[in-house]
Write a protein that binds this ligand. Sequence first.
Ligand SMILES: NC(=O)c1ccc[n+]([C@@H]2O[C@H](COP(=O)([O-])OP(=O)(O)OC[C@H]3O[C@@H](n4cnc5c(N)ncnc54)[C@H](OP(=O)(O)O)[C@@H]3O)[C@@H](O)[C@H]2O)c1
Length: 343
Amino acid sequence: MSIQKLKWGILGAARVNERLLPAIIESPNSELVAIASRRAGAAKAVLEKYAPHGFIETHSDVRCYDDMDALINDPNVEAIYCPLANEEHANWAIKAINAGKHILIEKPMAITLKDVEAIEAAAIKNKVKVMEGFMYRFHPQHQRVQEIIDSGLIGDVLSVRASFSFLMKSARMYRINRSMADGGGAMWDIGPYAIHSLRWCFQKDGKPAEPVSITAHAKLNEHGADIVTSGVLDFGPDSEGRARFGHFDVSFERSRKSEYEIIGTKGWVKCHAAWVFQNDVPVISWALEDGKYAEERFAPSNHFNLEIEHFSDCVLNNKQPLLTFADAKANCRAIEMVLQAVK
Ligand SMILES: NC(=O)c1ccc[n+]([C@@H]2O[C@H](COP(=O)([O-])OP(=O)(O)OC[C@H]3O[C@@H](n4cnc5c(N)ncnc54)[C@H](OP(=O)(O)O)[C@@H]3O)[C@@H](O)[C@H]2O)c1
C-alpha cells in the first residue's frame, strides 16, 4: 500500500532550505512539488544545491518559480513552508492561507502579536493548519529532559538559563541591517528559541509558563539591530513563595553555545546542544545534591525531518499541530516585552 503524501511548496530561496528542503524530500509522508523566489533563477539554484544526490534526475517535474504568487496559486501545492525574512512572514503567510494552503512558518511566526493574531484569524476562516517552525521541539532529548523534571529528580524548578550564540560571519551581516523593531538582530533570529525554551522548562500540566515581567539589556549596531541581548524573565513565585526566574543570553559575537540548564531544589539538568548545530552530539547531563551525576547521549535524530513529518501528518489526518497559536502568541508577546525592556 503506498503512503499518502502531502504536496509541499517552498516560498523563498533562503539558506535554511539547506535543512528543510531535504527534510521535505526525505519525509515519508511528504513530497516537494515547487519552490519559488523573487530573484530570477534563485529557486532553481537552491533546489540544485540542497536536494539530496540523485533527486533532480528523478524529479524533473518540481516547479521552480521566479514569482511567489505563482507558487501560492499553484493548485498542485497543498502546503507551504515559509522561510522568508522574519518581517515578511505575516504578509506572505496570510496570502498563502487565503489561497487555501496549509503553512509551516519559520520561527518567529511574526514580529508583532497583532500579526500573529491576523494569521490565526485567516487560518480559522480558511480552515487550514498553521504551525510555527520550532523544529527543536521534535528532538527526543527535550522529552527526556521533561521526563526528568516530571519524575521529581531535580525537585521543583526555580531557575532556567538559556544561552544561544555564534560568531556571525561577515558574509551574513546583511541579516542584521535592520532594527529590532523591524525584525532584525539576534533577538528575533535566535532569541525565539531561548524564550520558547524558558517558557516550556517552567511548564505545568503540559502548558508553558508565561512571564509576568521582563528586564533586558542589549548591544545594538548602527541599524538598531541587537548583536547581544541578555535578560531575565520573572515567572512569578511558586506556591511556596520561591522566585522563578528564566535567564537568557543571545549573541552574534561570541563562540558557539546552544544550551539550557534547569536548576531545581534537589539538583539540575542541562541540555548541552539544545537547538543543535550540525555536528553537535545531543547530550544531557544532570546532578543531584548528594553528588550523583549522569550523562545521557542520544542517537542522531533529525528534528527537521521529524517536524515536516509531523506537520504533514496533521494536515493529512486532520490532527492538531504540536505547536499551537496560543504558544506562538505567548512567545511573540514575551519577545515584545523584551523589546520594550531594551527600549
Ligand atoms: N529552524 C531553523 O533552524 C532556522 C535556521 C535559520 C533560520 N531560520 C528562520 O528561517 C527564516 C529564513 O532565515 P535564513 O537565514 O535562511 O534567511 P535568508 O537566507 O536571509 O533568506 C530569507 C529570504 O531572503 C531572500 N534572500 C536570501 N538570500 C538573499 C540574498 N543573497 N540577497 C537577497 N535576498 C536574499 C530570500 O527570498 P527570495 O528567495 O524571495 O529572494 C529568502 O527567502 C527566518 O525566519 C529565520 O528566523 C530558522
